[in-house]
Design a protein around this ligand. Structure first.
Ligand code: TRP
Length: 449
């Protein structure tokens, strides 16, 4: 096996890495998923649990993934293998690759919805609704249309494939540069519009006022799963991105930046959606269609709403693509590094397999909506298995591996390679060795009993 580093490439600049990692983290998870599961799980209390998971569990694990990646310069499977050869720990990496397949399959479907809404905004098809209900019905009939859904899912996967074929440092870095700040600006504008709708205050209350009765083990599990999902953790995506890092990078600063930025976008999005939901008399627990019904209704009620809608859905599409490529990259890196596949073949074959796997998810809101496994549609099942089980378990194993098996001390040496002193090493070691594994385990145990 040739040294994996040779044709893997490195990030061009320090900022490039931080932007790409933020690009992976910020995506449909923040803009589409966070509002709808907050709405389904009780609002303010859910948000608090989510934030606790982000800072106590997600942040330390992100640093652990970056460190593993930079230390080994390998994909998740190779990384565990390199540090603990011929042990069962490779299983953690294998699980990650599997999670990548599953997540991208339904992520690509929602990415397709986003692309479709770019097209529909351009033709003013989604910004002239007389009532919010009309916007919701329009979306409902759109996602029931199998041909259109699969077409846009294919386009989304095609874009990801085209970028990943070129490799990380060509495609991925550049795409993230302008996008992120622009996204913040447009979210702020939308937030102001939403907050000034009559009746918006009820939504702010729902979103920020915690009602602790609503916290059950299931709610905590979903909040934890969402923390992993939003930060792209638990399946080696951040590990893989870290593997393209040169040694001089300050890993701790990058971690803090990515976590704060990702959380900011999610919280802002909630401040757009919930005021609008309540002002317009919609249902916060509506599910995956929430954002796509509410936002067009907001755009329909604002000056320049058509233009704002175009810009918004373009930005969201780019954010979705920069996340989708990080999912695809994990799967590809594994087949390239471990199986010796040429990059191009890996990207094309795996992209095709993931597209096919996504088709039943795409049909879950229409042709196959009656087909349920364990009470869930195919779409919900794949999301649930990957986000609420594979990611937290993968994250927990990563924490145990770095904290105990490889060792927090060894990890600290890697973090401090090239003169960056890690002042919070003791706190981090405590979080990664005890808090993160125990928190994840406790949630699973509480859920079982
Ligand atoms: N974090 C991304 C989002 O919020 C999705 C994503 C990209 C992801 N890479 C991942 C989720 C790896 C889990 C694991 O949209």
């Amino acid at each position: 096996m040739p040294n994996a580093n040779n044709n893997r490439g490195l990030w061009v600049s320090r900022m490039g890495f931080v932007l790409a990692a933020s690009g992976s983290a910020v995506g449909l998870g923040n803009v589409w998923k966070f509002p709808y599961i907050t709405g389904q799980n009780g609002g303010g209390a859910f948000v608090l649990v989510y934030l606790a998971c982000i800072f106590a569990v997600g942040l330390p694990i992100m640093l652990a993934e970056f460190t593993l990646g930079r230390k080994t310069s390998l994909n998740p499977v190779g990384a565990f293998n390199a540090l603990k050869p011929r042990s069962a720990w490779v299983g953690t990496g294998v699980m990650g690759v599997l999670a990548g397949f599953l997540i991208l399959s339904f992520y690509g479907v929602v990415g397709g919805w986003t692309l479709a809404y770019v097209a529909k905004s351009l033709s003013a098809g989604v910004t002239h609704f007389d009532s919010p209900r009309q916007a919701g019905e329009f979306f409902g009939s759109f996602i029931a249309n199998s041909g259109e859904i699969i077409f846009y899912h294919l386009i989304f996967m095609g874009v990801c494939v085209a970028i990943v074929i070129k490799g990380v440092n060509n495609g991925i870095e550049k795409a993230c540069d302008i996008l992120m700040p622009t996204l913040v600006v447009i979210l702020l504008i939308l937030m102001i519009r939403a907050l000034t709708l009559p009746g918006a205050w009820e939504g702010v209350r729902f979103y920020l006022y915690p009602d602790f009765d609503k916290i059950t083990p299931q709610v905590v599990l979903i909040a934890m799963g969402q923390a992993f999902f939003s930060l792209s953790l638990g399946m080696g995506a951040m590990l893989t991105y870290g593997s393209y890092l040169p040694a001089r990078e300050n890993l701790t600063a990058a971690t803090v930046y990515v976590v704060l930025f990702d959380t900011l976008i999610a919280l802002l999005m909630g401040m757009v959606i919930f005021p609008a939901v309540f002002a317009m008399g919609l249902e916060p627990a509506e599910g995956p269609s929430l954002v796509f019904s509410v936002l067009p209704a907001v755009f329909s009620q604002m000056p320049w709403g058509g233009a704002a809608s175009v810009v918004f859905f373009i930005l969201l599409s780019i954010a979705a693509v920069t996340s989708g490529i990080s999912l695809l990259e994990v799967v590809v890196a594994y087949f390239v590094d471990e199986r010796g596949w040429p990059r191009k073949k890996a990207v094309l074959v795996l992209g095709g397999v993931i597209f096919a796997l996504g088709v039943p998810s795409g049909l879950s809101f229409g042709a196959w909506s009656e087909f349920k496994l364990m009470g869930m549609t195919f779409f919900d099942l794949v999301d649930n298995v990957a986000s609420n089980y594979l990611l937290p378990v993968g994250g927990m194993l990563t924490a145990v591996f770095v904290g105990w098996v490889w060792g927090a001390g060894e990890a600290q040496k890697e973090i401090e390679r090239h003169e960056t002193r890690f002042h919070y090493a003791a706190i981090w070691a405590f979080l990664i060795r005890y808090v993160a594994p125990v928190a994840v385990a406790a949630v699973f145990i509480a859920k079982i009993f």
